[in-house]
Design a protein around this ligand. Structure first.
Ligand code: PLP
Length: 398
């Protein structure tokens, strides 16, 4: 069957491929440890689920306004005002089916063929493909491990052309956990003030998962004059362990929000009504479970960094947030085991899966072939077992 040009440009998600492989092995009774997961290993807190059940029994099961229910928009506005110190009007908010859907709608609403989108690399796997789906071109700016995987202002300036339409910032980052400090954002904002045509996407989906009391900041908070051309993407998936509920929100210029809403009206319509009510409970309720989750992630980060430090040849930037580490394992490339030569992160991921039944995501999928991504959204017991396996597999390569 002939497929469209559009879909032929898109790669399947690397994370899903790894998970499918793990699943196939598990179905044969093999105990696979998965460092590949991209979601908290916690359950959605009870009061949030209760709100969804109540909404169900209240009969709040019909179409809602495409842009989201008033109560959720109000809860989003209150949350953003409290956490960012920025105020948005209800018509500057669009509720969609996850942060991913927000990004998709936004790109469809503002990008045209020939437009360029600057993506600091390493990047979240979906950005380039979503940009291509909108007909535009991703422009990657490599961000060195030695700079904590953060973009240098001079590199941003060099990447901007007359065709640049968007810059994507993701802090804390998936896959590196890197978080831009206010002074680093200030330096990027100074560059952006020279280029009026560049809009900014601030993907803040991990903003509450920050360690060491790092202060939360995004570019519009640091430079309020950029607020008018900044689009904030956020949602409940990571903060409240609600990945399956599919609720995200986009905030920014009302004309663009209306246009993104138009795209949504002709594709999914509103996000699930009961999930929207659950999100109201998440944003309005007690925030202690989130704080507890972050504390647990912080303890696991300490454990993971300690294990990584004891593996010869590996270097790893300490993540400031999110629940991933992105170690550089390239010292092990070029080694052969059992007649098999490891030449990059995909070979490494395949080797770890076959040799010790450990699932990791190859860094290549995030634009950095020297690294692999390990999630620490796993119990300490699983982490221990996973690192024992990693050590065992790497020892065979030396
Ligand atoms: N942005 C980043 C950087 C992510 O890692 C993810 C999920 O993995 C998302 C956005 C989208 O999350 P969701 O669509 O579940 O809100």
């Amino acid at each position: 069957m002939k497929l469209s040009q559009r879909v032929r440009q898109v790669k399947p998600s690397a994370t899903l491929t790894i998970n499918a492989k793990a699943k196939a092995l598990r179905s044969q009774g093999v105990r696979v440890i998965s460092f590949g997961v991209g979601e908290p290993d916690f359950n959605t807190p009870h009061p949030i689920g209760q709100m969804a059940v109540q909404a169900l029994f209240r009969g709040q099961t019909r179409y809602t306004p495409v842009q989201g229910i008033k109560e959720l928009k109000e809860a989003v506005i209150r949350t953003i005002q409290a956490d960012y110190g920025l105020y948005y009007e209800p018509d500057e908010v669009l509720v969609s089916c996850g942060g991913k859907h927000c990004l998709y709608n936004l790109f469809q609403a503002v990008l045209d063929p020939g437009d360029e989108v600057i993506i600091p690399s390493p990047y979240w796997v979906s950005y380039p493909d979503m940009v291509r789906l909108a007909g535009a071109e991703p422009v990657f700016v490599p961000c060195a491990e030695s700079r904590g995987f953060k973009m240098a202002p001079e590199d941003l300036r060099k990447a901007i052309t007359a065709r640049t339409r968007l810059l994507i910032l993701n802090s804390p980052s998936n896959p590196t956990g890197a978080h831009y400090r206010p002074e680093e954002l200030r330096a990027l904002a100074d560059v952006l003030m020279d280029y009026d045509q560049v809009m900014i996407v601030s993907d803040d989906i991990y903003y509450r998962i920050l360690f060491d009391e790092a202060p939360w900041a995004n570019i519009a908070m640091v430079e309020p004059r950029l607020k008018a051309r900044t689009f904030v993407v956020n949602g409940v998936s990571k903060t409240y362990a609600m990945t399956g509920w599919r609720i995200g929100y986009l905030l920014g210029d009302r004309e663009v929000i209306k246009a993104a809403g138009k795209i949504q009206s002709q594709s999914t319509s509103n996000p699930s009504s009961v999930a929207q009510w659950a999100a109201v409970a998440a944003l309005s309720g007690d925030q202690d479970t989130c704080r507890h989750m972050v504390q647990v992630f912080a303890e696991r980060r300490t454990y993971v960094m300690d294990r990584l430090r004891h593996i010869p040849g590996i270097t790893c930037h300490v993540p400031d947030g999110a629940f991933y580490v992105f170690p550089n394992v390239s010292a092990y490339y070029g080694h052969a085991v059992g007649g098999r030569l490891l030449q990059g992160s995909t070979d490494m991921a395949d080797y770890l899966m076959d040799e010790v039944h450990l699932a990791v995501v190859p860094g290549d999928a995030f634009g950095e072939d020297r690294c692999i991504r390990l999630s620490f959204a796993l119990s300490l017991e699983e982490l221990r077992e996973g690192f024992d396996r990693l050590e065992r597999a790497l020892q065979k390569l030396t």
